[in-house]
Design a binder for this molecule. Sequence first.
Ligand code: NAI
Length: 335
Amino acid sequence: MALKIGVVGTGNMGQYHIQRLATSISNAQVVALSDVDVEQAKRVAEAAGEARVYSDGHQLIGDDEVEAVIVASPGFTHEEYTLACIAAGKPVLCEKPLAPTTDACLRVLDAEAGRSDRLVQVGFMRRYDDGYRAMKASLDAGHVGSPLLMHCAHRNPAPPPGFTSDMMLTDSVVHEIDVSRWLLGQEIIAATVFTPRRSSLAAEPLQDPQLVLLETDGGVLIDVESFVSCQYGYDIRCELVGESGTVALPDQVGVRLRQEGRSSTEVPADWRSRFAPAYHAELQEWVDGVLRGEITGPSAWDGYATTAVAERCVEALETGRRAVVDLAERPELYD
Ligand code: NAI
């Protein structure tokens, strides 16, 4: 018995999920697609096998055959589609962000928090990466003692067209915000953004790189380098410093090449190749969880808290000052 899934948004991320669902995820079937670009949705539907196509995401959510929904349309549409899924009582895997503003996230929280069970999961896939999972297991087992500091780097070879300085925080650093909250089990209470000299290779007017300093309610300091014009590849780093040791993401898997007096490993070209296994695990565990009636991945609260911190990071970038994060009270559903 396969879970019958509808996907809203058939762009990059939607196609990435659909292709995986059609080929390598067990117990899942894509039965409906929706996109404002209907011709594109039709092409994707043909490639994925049989799936109905809707121009309106709300019609897809209302389709009786659709048991669960993936929302992979742009961030500004997430609130309305996630709210519609909650109203229809259908589990939804909403790509990040849950919504682009804290007010919109709070409306989703309000709609879900009155329920006895969760319906919403947010697409923070780093929690499914083997490296981060091993770091969490090591930290939770007490191998490095109580955490003090985290050092993170998020480097892309070049930004996509139209990428802005704010998006270096809301689209890139947002992953470090989520994964550090999850690793530490702590909330972030303040953010400061430092701006070193711009790289001469960064597209005008991008402030690239940036250095973000996050403070948690447990007294941990997290520094995140965001550098989207680093030229050499997609490089994600994370080291956690505890009172009695450190634990870090491993170097990239893959072969080590020794040749002509040099020893080297490959740097991934982009986020797809780096995190492909994590995207797979995210989808498979979501499908399995929905079929069991249990949603355990990043919650609407995580989506809200992450957007709240990202918003304050943007404020800190604009003002050059420390911005304080003021979170709402956490509803019981998310304890
Ligand atoms: P995209 O622009 O490639 O695709 C978005 C699609 O949604 C387009 O086909 C567009 O026609 C469609 N669309 C626009 N308005 C719509 C509406 N009202 N209803 C239905 N469809 C609509 O964008 P991309 O890169 O696929 O991003 C989609 C989402 O995935 C974003 O929220 C983005 O932040 C997230 N994302 C997450 C990543 C992750 O690592 N978890 C990586 C890349 C993107």
